[in-house]
Design a protein around this ligand. Structure first.
Ligand code: CP
Length: 324
């Protein structure tokens, strides 16, 4: 996977996963995102970095935040943007994903943003396309959601000083969460020494090979003195035969409520990738509190996606560019 997504100079050719990304590369993406944050505060928010390039959004699974912010990101980079409406496309007539991709490349597509319920589809497409076409994974099943993982750690950087001193907690259905996996690899690459996973035992993963992880099945123990609380939705659409507690039980045991904020550090931030289920994994009083940075995550997502799309394309072609 790492070989597939990095070129010989160690720059991004595709973005398929945060697994294997190193600190240096993540900070290069952050620096680029910072320059785009400045641009996003200007009256005219567009830069010509991808003028003449075509970005295709292929969302085989529903999305609000990822799809919209990728579209905004590509438009701010002056790319032409195609949002293929999958239900009304020839997918409904039995065309394979790779045939759809080949046809869009024949029309001049340069970059594909892919969301699919099946893990591995973006990687399969990346193996299929030629060297001038770039693939960004916008979420594939339970496997990975790399731009979400990156925008989450970018958000943490905006509110906290030093990754190497942080205690972070990821709470909820870790087992089925591509977001949790992508966050864990990014936090680990940045040297976060304390990554806690909190949730019911049957919703814990058994195959994440990251050394500095601690597992808790109690909010009271797991949230003690943490700097960052990252909540997750129960991923019912990816559960097969897992024992799901009732939503009421789940909220009682693992829903984040105001009383929990007394366990974490006073200035802890509360995060959620969305979509949120209020009253299931998080109480409105917390979601809308001063400690919540949930909507900042969405805003920073535009800058991170601008960085991912432009970095993947321009670095892969060794193109010089001035951003502002
Ligand atoms: N966080 C996230 O992926 O949200 P969407 O499903 O709305 O894109």
């Amino acid at each position: 996977m790492t070989k597939l997504q990095l070129n010989k100079k160690g720059n991004l050719n595709h973005l398929l996963t945060t697994e294997g990304l190193n600190e240096d590369l993540i900070f290069k993406i952050f620096n680029l995102a910072d320059s785009f944050l400045n641009i996003n505060n200007r009256d005219i928010k567009n830069v010509p970095l991808l003028r003449g390039k075509t970005v295709c959004n292929l969302f085989f699974e529903n999305s609000t935040r990822t799809r919209t912010t990728f579209e905004i990101a590509a438009k701010r980079l002056s790319a032409d943007v195609i949002n293929l409406d999958i239900p009304s496309s020839s997918q409904s007539k039995g065309e394979s994903v790779l045939d759809t991709i080949d046809n869009l490349i024949a029309m001049g597509a340069d970059i594909f943003i892919i969301r699919h319920s099946q893990p591995g589809i973006p990687e399969k497409i990346a193996k299929h396309v030629g060297p001038n076409v770039h693939i960004i994974n916008a979420g594939d099943g339970h496997h990975a959601h790399p731009t979400q993982g990156l925008l989450d750690v970018f958000t943490i950087k905006k509110f906290k000083d030093n990754f190497k001193l942080l205690s972070t907690a990821i709470v909820g259905d870790i087992k089925h969460s591509r977001v949790a996996r992508s966050e864990i690899f990014a936090l680990s690459a940045l040297g976060v020494p304390d990554i806690r996973l909190i949730g019911p035992k049957n919703l814990m993963p058994d195959n994440i090979k990251v050394s500095n992880i601690k597992i808790f099945d109690s909010m009271e123990k797991g949230l003690k003195d943490v700097d960052v609380i990252m909540m997750l939705r129960i991923q019912k659409e990816r559960m097969t035969g897992d024992n799901i507690p009732s939503e009421e039980d789940y909220f009682t045991n693992f829903g984040l409520r105001k009383k929990h904020l007394g366990l974490s550090k006073k200035d802890a931030i509360v995060m959620h990738p969305g979509p949120m289920n209020r009253g299931v994994e998080i109480d409105s009083e917390v979601a809308d509190s001063d400690q919540s940075v949930i909507l900042s995550q969405v805003t920073f997502g535009i800058a991170i996606r601008m960085a991912a799309v432009s970095y993947t394309h321009l670095r892969a072609h060794e193109t010089r560019h001035d951003l502002v």
